[in-house]
Design a protein around this ligand. Structure first.
Ligand SMILES: [Zn+2]
Length: 81
């Protein structure tokens, strides 16, 4: 049984199941690969989690990096009615 891999990209901001002791629970993704690099957006502390550990701790996105998953441009300009 394979768990789905959490889709993250550089510069995404994610929540983990446990926030940082500084009181913030928003982590900016600084590296994606075998390990996931995260930077606490409260105090700037950087941590590295192995991919499987990150997937276990992941608890949702706070924001996505520019253009990640939102290809809104495909439909042309917005409809200004
Ligand atoms: Zn922190």
């Amino acid at each position: 049984m394979v768990k789905p891999i959490v889709p993250v990209r550089m510069d995404d901001v994610v929540r983990l199941k446990k926030g940082h002791p500084c009181g913030t629970n928003a982590w900016k993704v600084t590296r994606v690969g075998m390990d996931i690099g995260l930077e606490c957006s409260g105090c700037g502390r950087r941590v590295m989690l192995v991919r499987s550990e990150f997937d276990r701790r992941y608890n949702g996105h706070v924001s996505h990096a520019r253009g990640d998953g939102y290809d809104a441009d495909h439909g042309g300009s917005e409809n200004l009615s």
